[in-house]
Unconditional design. Structure first.
Length: 459
């Protein structure tokens, strides 16, 4: 069984993820913990509901007092599931809630092991994703660390913290602080020798650096360091998704296109990575690339391309999960929708998509005004503009600019100023429009987006 574990893990880390997952499910069958291949939304919701009912019978203290697991077969089942979480998430994320509920169920029935903390952690993530229950998703976080302390398994803490930062606390804590937490997570993972989660933490950190408005020169430097580290540590699979992030940074910053310039990987462009991700069912990589493309295209005012990317995203990804990238996809899709509502024939179709983004952000802003207020205000401003409510639109654009400035999102301060400039110019007030456009350019310069500035000045 140890050899099987090493074999599966090696397959996953060297890019043979589908083969690793097939072997994983075979081992789980041998361990009498088989997963059905017929997974439906109803099945997933039923499992989550049953697990929630089971957990409701326990307080956090009672969970911690559950005896240790003695069944060796169940212990190995927990180890395999814990190992495969990131790779199953990458290729077949619909199995993640089933793995989570299985790990929680085994822990309640057979006793606790250190991997029980991971099971409870991804259960929290699952109810956040599928039930949109952010508060419920965060409830069990304190307990997971206490489980690790009970088993003196603090070497697993970086892994646990990675999931919490990447998928849970980012809905409540300022994005800038999550960026710093992920850096610490990387450092802690290196100290305990957890190569995979050191790389995962840095990869997500690079995304948060972009999306929280960190200077792009710093983000580009971090991307280069991480690419080299991924190659050195033979984390080829992670490098594929990371290269798309690096590519977006280079395009915004105006650097040379070197994101795929590594002899260790066979893919030499983002298109090649996307083709491979789609053909092999690596939904999460495709999700990330399409999200990056929609954001990038909107900043560069390539609205037709952004429109095409949203259609491809919907066809491939749909409502696959509530990842932190969803925050930004919903934002830029909503902005795009309101713009298209003013220019396309099917106005009502696009208006409804934009309104759905507003409705979503009205829920999210209750959890973090810092992260979501300026984005909601900008969506509302675009909605007012599309509905010819010009006075309300101007007031709300200005409120979005102020909120972005107060919450340190310099890139979104620039974007709001950019859209306000378009608002005035479209209505014939060119002088005011140019004034706000200059303000937008100033923000983009502070962001280090010199590639974007070059493009917009020649637009």
């Amino acid at each position: 069984i140890k050899c099987h574990h090493i074999f599966v893990k090696t397959l996953a880390t060297t890019g043979k993820v589908r083969e690793a997952i097939d072997n994983f499910f075979h081992v789980m069958k041998e361990l009498k913990e088989e997963f059905s291949s017929n997974v439906t939304p109803a099945t997933i919701l039923s499992c989550l509901s049953a697990t929630r009912n089971d957990l409701d019978k326990y307080s956090a203290e009672e969970i911690l007092n559950i005896p240790k697991m003695n069944d060796k077969g169940k212990q190995w089942a927990m180890i395999f599931m814990d190992t495969m979480i990131p790779y199953v998430y990458m290729v077949c994320p619909h199995f993640i809630p089933l793995i989570a509920t299985r790990m929680v169920s085994l822990s309640l029935q057979y006793g606790l092991v250190r991997e029980s903390a991971s099971g409870l952690n991804i259960y929290s993530y699952s109810i956040l994703c599928l039930l949109q229950d952010i508060d419920g998703g965060c409830y069990w976080l304190r307990t997971t660390r206490l489980i690790l302390e009970r088993f003196k398994a603090l070497e697993m803490y970086p892994k646990l913290r990675f999931f919490q930062c990447s998928f849970l606390t980012c809905w409540k804590e300022p994005f800038q602080s999550v960026t710093n937490d992920l850096l610490q997570c990387h450092q802690q993972a290196i100290i305990v020798g957890d190569v995979e989660y050191a790389v995962f933490s840095s990869h997500i950190q690079c995304q948060f650096m972009i999306l929280s408005g960190s200077h792009l020169a710093a983000a580009e430097k971090q991307c280069v360091v991480l690419s080299k580290e991924m190659i050195r540590l033979n984390q080829v699979q992670s490098l594929l998704e990371h290269s798309s992030i690096h590519n977006m940074v280079l395009q915004l910053a105006g650097g040379d296109d070197t994101a795929f310039d590594f002899p260790e990987i066979s893919f030499k462009s983002e298109d090649e990575v996307l083709d491979e991700a789609e053909s092999s069912g690596k939904i999460v990589i495709a999700n990330s690339i399409y999200t990056n493309r929609v954001m990038r295209a909107f900043f560069f005012r390539n609205y037709n391309y952004a429109k095409d990317m949203t259609k491809k995203y919907a066809a491939l990804v749909g409502n696959e999960s509530l990842r932190f990238q969803t925050i930004f996809y919903v934002f830029y899709e909503g902005l795009l929708a309101f713009r298209l509502a003013r220019t396309e024939a099917d106005r009502e179709h696009w208006r409804l998509i934009g309104q759905k983004s507003i409705n979503t952000y009205q829920t999210w802003v209750k959890h973090s005004e810092w992260n979501f207020e300026n984005k909601l205000l900008l969506l509302e401003a675009e909605s007012h503009f599309s509905n010819y409510e010009y006075e309300s639109a101007e007031t709300t654009y200005l409120a979005s600019i102020d909120s972005a400035r107060r919450h340190k999102f310099v890139h979104e301060e620039g974007l709001a100023s950019d859209l306000l400039a378009s608002f005035f110019i479209d209505r014939g007030d060119v002088e005011k429009g140019i004034g706000y456009l200059q303000g937008a350019f100033s923000c983009y310069e502070k962001w280090g987006a010199f590639g974007l500035l070059k493009h917009l000045r020649g637009y």
